[in-house]
Design a protein. Structure first.
Length: 344
């Protein structure tokens, strides 16, 4: 078999030369297709181990991306530059993590490759392993000292990205490994914010235990309690209130958690917030109270619940409208009738 392979290899290179392929082309072809003997032949013939293609990628980068560990070893032994970056800013280690080849990742790290080089998008090798859901490679890099809290150019962290992409097993591993769950992205949202929004309860529980809930506020001014109210999450609202979340905190639009739950018609969440003494008559930036918002939904149960809890019926918003005016404008006779009783 060895003789047959060598004959095939000789025929391949003869044809390649006849077709005008350069030694550089032959080298990259051998690396990408995993032909170790061909790689050795090219190196023995004197080709530069650090030659680059049009994307400024070296043979080691290609071998790392393809997971050809024996070729990686050969190239490193021949002096391949571990720190060279291509025109995307990626190193061989980043490419090995991108491909998910934990054995190649370990080889490069053991040989001294820098763990925390970031590419042009702001990703280091660890972040790429997380982004592509390669847990084994990610955990190895984490244990070797990779920056687990690195932020990419969009301000996202590996933990946030693992939650957003529904890589929940990996997210749970990262949480237990000690990554910082409180880092926000450029929108001011943390991993817990996204877990609540997407309904990933197992991850929520782990994140909630470690999160500084009072400090979370996104670009719309939504706290974690606001997010929970928007999604009608009674269990989470209760847990956040136990952790001293501010029940009357307001978003940039002036809405409280009660207002958001009301506008979304989350009745159980409304009842819980009212039972915990949420202020009923706070106005948002448009002058609307929770009762205005309830009238706007057309749901008389919401209106009755707020009235029964003590909401004022005669507050006017910035358009000089009382809740009954909104009900009249929307032609909601049952709510109009209910509110008329309070006008007498």
């Amino acid at each position: 078999m060895r003789v047959i392979y060598l004959i095939i290899l000789m025929i391949y290179f003869s044809l390649a030369h006849a077709m005008g392929e350069s030694n550089e082309d032959l080298m990259f072809s051998a690396v990408i297709t995993g032909h170790l003997k061909a790689v050795k032949q090219q190196l023995t013939s004197g080709i530069d181990v650090n030659i680059t293609d049009e994307a400024q990628r070296t043979p080691l980068m290609h071998a790392a991306q393809q997971g050809h560990i024996l070729i990686c070893k050969e190239l490193i032994d021949r002096g391949a530059d571990l720190e060279r970056q291509d025109h995307h800013g990626k190193t061989a280690l980043i490419w090995s993590a991108w491909g998910g080849y934990a054995d190649v990742v370990q080889l490069l790290a053991d040989k001294g490759a820098s763990l925390n080089v970031q590419d042009n998008q702001g990703y280091n090798a660890f972040f790429w392993a997380v982004k592509r859901d390669y847990e084994k490679a990610a955990i190895y890099l984490l244990n070797q000292g990779s920056n687990a809290n690195v932020k990419n150019n969009l301000g996202s962290t590996p933990l946030i990205e693992s939650v957003q992409r529904n890589y929940l097993t990996l997210a749970q591993s990262l949480i237990t490994s000690g990554v910082d769950p409180n880092l926000p992205d450029k929108y001011g949202r943390t991993a817990l914010s996204y877990a609540i929004k997407l309904g990933y309860k197992n991850v929520e529980t782990q994140l909630l235990a470690q999160s500084r809930i009072a400090k979370v506020s996104d670009i719309e001014g939504h706290s974690l309690l606001h997010t929970a109210a928007l999604h009608g999450r009674v269990d989470l609202i209760n847990a956040l209130l136990i952790k001293q979340a501010n029940i009357n905190a307001r978003t940039h639009s002036g809405n409280t958690a009660l207002m958001l739950a009301t506008a979304k018609k989350h009745k159980a969440a409304m009842r819980l917030l009212m039972s915990k003494k949420s202020k009923l008559n706070i106005k948002n930036n448009l002058g609307n109270t929770a009762l205005h918002l309830a009238a706007n939904t057309g749901d008389e149960q919401l209106v009755f619940a707020l009235i029964d809890a003590g909401a004022k019926h005669n507050v006017r918003n910035s358009l000089n409208e009382k809740p009954i005016d909104i009900a009249r404008n929307k032609r909601l006779p049952r709510i109009v009738k209910l509110l008329q009783k309070l006008e007498r």
